[in-house]
Ligand binder design. Structure first.
Ligand code: ATR
Length: 285
């Protein structure tokens, strides 16, 4: 990788951050397009997020991505929040916007919702309009997925979370902003459900329990697990065995990254180059 005094910096803030594959994905794009940029991982303790973002602004980064646990807290730390990110309540891409006078400003975007929609199209040829969807998880990822579903015009949402009060709060928010969408806290009792999205962290570790009791899994036509490592979680395995169509979160990660690249650079992302680099970084091939 070439670097000199004009190299511009992008990065990702998270805690933990060791397992991120974003540097390989983004740096492959920069190299492919001959951009004198580099993308680095930063372990940022939540207590230092504010100071770290100020550093990003003062040091003239191109921008940063934010991952667990920063995506919700960051909203309040932006100078400006783009409307989709505001609606989702989650910022995963920060742009440092230079100003002619004074210091640069930080603009918060969200590309996760776009990544989800692209992944569902690519992996399942599924559009969300008019569908019945159940979302597991009401943290940052669950909230963004749920609100994106409402924005896409789903007919009905079922929200399930370990801490029920968080699912209830999310249900109220959806109900207020998208009154046409029917929202239930809890799993559907019967009928066919078009899509199950796992947006909890359950499945990352081999000894994690399944995030849903699997005798119900056959009711879902499609099961999408945002987790991509392991490539097939227990949830996806059982879903596949029950005849559901399944996909993991790798293409969502790819497309949120591609969109972030486009926001930062104003250029079309070399998606296939990024996909290949991401696959290699995550699965070693
Ligand atoms: P993210 O930004 O990835 O969504 P998060 O905001 O910490 O991260 O949310 C993690 C999600 O996984 C939450 O829905 C969490 O449930 P709670 O709201 O009850 O904490 C869920 N989760 C994490 N560990 C879990 C476990 N052991 N059992 C069930 N749900 C779990």
């Amino acid at each position: 990788m070439h670097m000199d005094g004009e190299t511009r910096v992008c990065g990702v803030f998270g805690d933990p951050i060791r397992h991120t594959a974003s540097p390989q994905m983004h740096n492959a794009a920069y190299e492919h397009l001959g951009l004198n940029w580099c993308y680095l991982p930063f372990r940022v303790n939540p207590a230092n997020l504010d100071a770290s973002l100020r550093g990003v602004r003062e040091m003239n980064f191109v921008g940063v991505n934010l991952t667990v646990p920063h995506k919700i807290f960051a909203v309040a730390l932006m100078d400006e929040v783009e409307p989709t990110a505001r609606r989702l309540g989650v910022v995963n891409t920060v742009v440092v916007k230079a100003r002619r006078r004074g210091t640069a400003k930080l603009v918060g975007h969200n590309t996760d919702g776009y990544g989800l929609v692209m992944a569902l199209t690519e992996d399942f040829r599924l559009t969300l309009k008019g569908k019945r969807v159940m979302v597991l998880g009401a943290g940052g990822a669950g909230r963004a997925a749920t609100i994106q579903c409402a924005m896409e015009g789903v007919a009905e949402l079922f929200l399930v979370n370990r801490t029920i009060s968080k699912a209830e709060e999310l249900a109220r928010d959806v109900q207020n902003d998208y009154p046409k969408v029917r929202v239930t806290v809890g799993a559907p009792r019967s009928g066919r459900v078009d899509l199950l999205i796992n947006a909890t962290s359950l499945g990352l570790h081999a000894d994690d329990p399944k995030p849903i009791c699997c005798d119900q899994i056959g009711m879902f036509a499609h099961v999408f697990d945002m987790i991509y490592r392991p490539a097939e979680t227990k949830l996806l395995r059982e879903a596949r065995r029950a005849g559901c169509k399944t996909a993991n979160g790798l293409s969502m990660l790819l497309h949120q990254g591609a969109k972030a690249f486009e926001i930062w650079s104003g250029k079309k992302a070399p998606v296939e180059v990024m996909r290949k680099a991401l696959h290699k970084a995550v699965y070693g091939k």
